[in-house]
Design a binder for this molecule. Structure first.
Ligand code: NAI
Length: 321
């Protein structure tokens, strides 16, 4: 195994692992362990070159630091990536990665992510105890966290979910769980799902016309274009990177759109993994615990008249100082 560690400014550890026989070509990045061991999934993806793979690992590990800090976990951010194009022996590749995780002696706890299967994680487990959430279907706790966020947002305005109509974009793994949890009326658009029970399927052009928009598909849903035509008063879904750019945060704030930042709404997966590592259940953390956290963020935003996104980032950064 070729194991090369190098220094990247702003990151604690950056390690490149190559293994000839299995074809493993992986990066492990530990961004920050100030609050506790770094935690983050193993992404297996077709990377066209090592620079793109390293950039992705750095960006994702940093995102995990923000997410874990904002969620109130005593964990930092980390991530591993594997270049799927180079794999020759998949089982061995994941075992070798497990060995590299083991060598970090618990400063990085790995889990599943896009492209990594349950079988892959069991191979990692053959080599290390620092793997969590193997049998966890992360979309379920993610949907639970999003559901809690929606309820908290409405409750502040004295409203109940059962009296609302939710416009859901995306009926994939998270979206499907979420619509089962929501007790209001559901209308939804998904180009590949047109016959889900209990859902009124609508056209794409209507997504931003309802009072409560629930994005559960793509990122960048609040952008210059959508913000110019949106009628929704509330936006709260699981989709990552809700704002296309930093200016959109200000625009949404000035328009009075009510939302919970995506890295809070979709923290359920990492919270569940962190608790699974301690053999604990995630339910109360993602209901009562998360509600308190959301209210704290919304209180901060209101008190300082700042965008909710900025308040959530501030809360996370305060913990990291
Ligand atoms: P998924 O891939 O299972 O489902 C996405 C759904 O969106 C698919 O059914 C697809 O047909 C639909 N879709 C694609 N383009 C669309 C469009 N233009 N309009 C409407 N629907 C469209 O993904 P999953 O796991 O449900 O995730 C949904 C979102 O939540 C993503 O943004 C993801 O990054 C985020 N998320 C998911 C987590 C998880 O545990 N699955 C964890 C954290 C975030």
């Amino acid at each position: 195994m070729l194991h090369k560690e190098f220094i990247v400014d702003g990151y604690e550890r950056t390690i490149h692992i190559e293994h000839e026989e299995s074809g493993l070509d992986a990066f492990i990045v530990i961004h920050n362990t100030k609050l506790g061991p770094a935690i983050g999934g193993i992404r297996c993806h077709n990377y066209s070159n090592p620079e793109a793979q390293l950039d992705d690992t750095l960006r994702l590990s940093e995102g995990m630091t923000l997410k874990t800090a904002a969620a109130g976990l005593n964990h930092g951010g980390g991530k591993a990536t594997i270049n799927a194009l180079k794999i020759k022996d998949r089982s061995l590749a994941y075992q070798i990665l497990g060995q590299a995780v083991e060598e970090l002696k618990g400063s990085y706890i790995c889990a599943g992510d896009v492209g990594t299967t349950v079988e892959d994680l069991f191979k990692v487990k053959d080599a290390t105890e620092y793997v969590a959430g193997i049998s966890l279907e992360s979309s379920l706790p993610t949907a639970l966290g999003t559901h809690t966020s929606i309820k908290a947002l409405l409750k502040r305005d004295g409203l109940k979910t059962k009296d609302q109509t939710f416009t859901v974009q995306g009926l994939g793994k998270v979206g499907k769980h979420l619509v089962k949890m929501l007790d209001g009326k559901i209308e939804a658009y998904d180009p590949f799902v047109a016959d889900l029970d209990g859902v009124t399927h609508i056209e794409e052009s209507k997504i931003l016309q309802g009072k409560f928009y629930v994005p559960c598909a793509l990122g960048g849903v609040l952008n210059g274009f959508s913000l110019a035509s949106i009628k929704s008063e509330y936006v709260c879904g699981s989709a990552n990177n809700m704002f296309d750019n930093r200016n959109d945060i200000i625009t949404a704030h000035n328009m009075g759109i009510k939302y919970v930042p995506d890295f809070i709404t979709n923290c359920g997966g990492v919270v569940a993994v962190a608790l699974d590592f301690k053999n604990k259940n995630y339910k109360s953390a993602l209901t009562t615990g998360l509600t308190k956290r959301i209210n704290k963020i919304l209180d901060m935003a209101e008190a300082d008249s700042i965008p909710v996104q900025h308040a959530a980032e501030q809360l996370a950064n305060d913990r990291l100082e």
